[in-house]
Ligand binder design. Structure first.
Ligand SMILES: [Zn+2]
Length: 63
């Protein structure tokens, strides 16, 4: 498993599915479902997302 992070373009209208803060991470599940997380909740759910074999993309900085 590589440590290379995928980046994605997220905007101010992309909100965390858990708390409504601006999303910083987009997780795509093998089923095709997509989940948005802020940095706080991305950290909280990293282990779970890895377990689900989700593809995790981090918002590019400065956008
Ligand atoms: Zn959140």
């Amino acid at each position: 498993m590589t440590a290379t992070a995928t980046t994605v373009r997220l905007t101010a209208i992309d909100r965390c599915d858990r708390c409504g803060a601006r999303a910083r991470v987009l997780a795509t599940l093998p089923s095709g479902g997509e989940l948005l997380f802020c940095q706080h909740h991305a950290n909280e759910y990293t282990a779970k997302l890895t377990e689900l074999e989700a593809n995790v993309a981090v918002a590019a900085e400065g956008e």
